[in-house]
Design a protein around this ligand. Structure first.
Ligand code: SF4
Length: 288
């Protein structure tokens, strides 16, 4: 029989648990709730919440809501322009911005004010990601966003990065890649202030996940296809264990991946619900 273990550190992070909890409590007494953007990058969890009345709303559709209607801001946070628009429309905001993201937003704004037009705010993050849009919005778009060292080099060589640099990271980025970004700027002798803004829960997961992946014959990584944290952690598992497979649900599992004597590890992203990890683990344990 296949031996299956769920990574005890996988499952929703604190920020996502808090946001979902608030939404579910609201929906106990109300038939529906609109969330600005998808509440969590996980299709199965969205389906579960959708059945309770949660509806994802695009920014361009905010006008469709009537004054007094509730609008949930998810854990990723939003730029100030969104709050202004919601106020103009008379919407009732349920703010679920993760406190860690909120601190990061405040810290970018404060660094920007101190720079007073002289240096550059650099953000290591995924271009176009909701959290990054919220961060860039704090400084009216006056920041350079890079996804890797190659992009940073390009900006540097074009003269778009002026000293001093205030360096930040999106909360869910890879700590090792963040270090590469820091090293590049240090090697250029640029005055640099590095802010340690990768979420502790994410950094901890990165450290432990490689060991978990190495400790099993096969890894089944459960994640929604849109989760950027999911892709980063999946790659981390795959580099530690080549027999790593990504699935969105039990439907994607292929019995041919396993041998009867295998020990299988099941893990996931910060947006993967625990119930889904358990469902996947149960399914694998029935494969003979
Ligand atoms: S990963 Fe960390 S910062 Fe991001 S929502 Fe979760 S707890 Fe908050």
């Amino acid at each position: 029989m296949i031996n299956v273990e769920i990574d005890p550190r996988s499952g929703f992070c604190g920020g996502v648990i808090r946001a979902i909890d608030k939404a579910e409590r609201y929906l106990e007494n109300q038939p529906r709730l609109h969330s600005l953007g998808e509440m969590v990058h996980n299709e199965a969890e969205l389906e579960r919440l959708g059945a309770k009345g949660l509806i994802s709303l695009r920014h361009e559709d905010m006008e469709r809501l009537s004054p007094g209607e509730a609008l949930l801001i998810r854990a990723h946070g939003e730029p100030p322009a969104t709050y202004r628009k919601a106020a103009e429309l008379g919407l009732d905001i349920i703010d679920c911005t993760c406190p860690v993201v909120l601190r990061l937003q405040e810290s970018i704004l404060s660094a920007y004010r101190q720079l007073d037009g002289k240096g550059t705010i650099v953000i290591f993050g995924k271009i176009g990601h909701a959290e990054v849009l919220g961060l860039v919005g704090q400084v009216g778009g006056d920041a350079v966003v890079v996804e890797n060292t190659a992009q940073l080099k390009e900006h540097f060589e074009k003269g778009e990065i002026q000293a001093p640099v205030e360096l930040f990271s999106q909360t869910t980025m890879n700590p090792e890649e963040y270090e590469d970004i820091c090293n590049y700027l240090t090697s250029k002798g640029i005055a640099l202030n590095v802010h340690n803004t990768i979420c502790r829960q994410v950094a901890e997961r990165h450290r432990m996940l490689a060991d978990f992946a190495k400790g099993h014959d096969v890894i089944v990584f459960v994640s929604g296809s849109l989760s950027s944290n999911g892709r980063v952690l999946f790659e981390l598992c795959r580099s530690a264990n080549p027999r790593t497979y990504m699935v969105g649900s039990v439907r994607d599992i292929d019995g041919k991946w396993f041998k009867p004597s295998d020990s299988v590890g099941v893990c996931g992203a910060t947006s993967t619900p625990k119930w889904l990890l358990e469902e996947v683990a149960r399914h694998i344990s029935t494969i003979s």
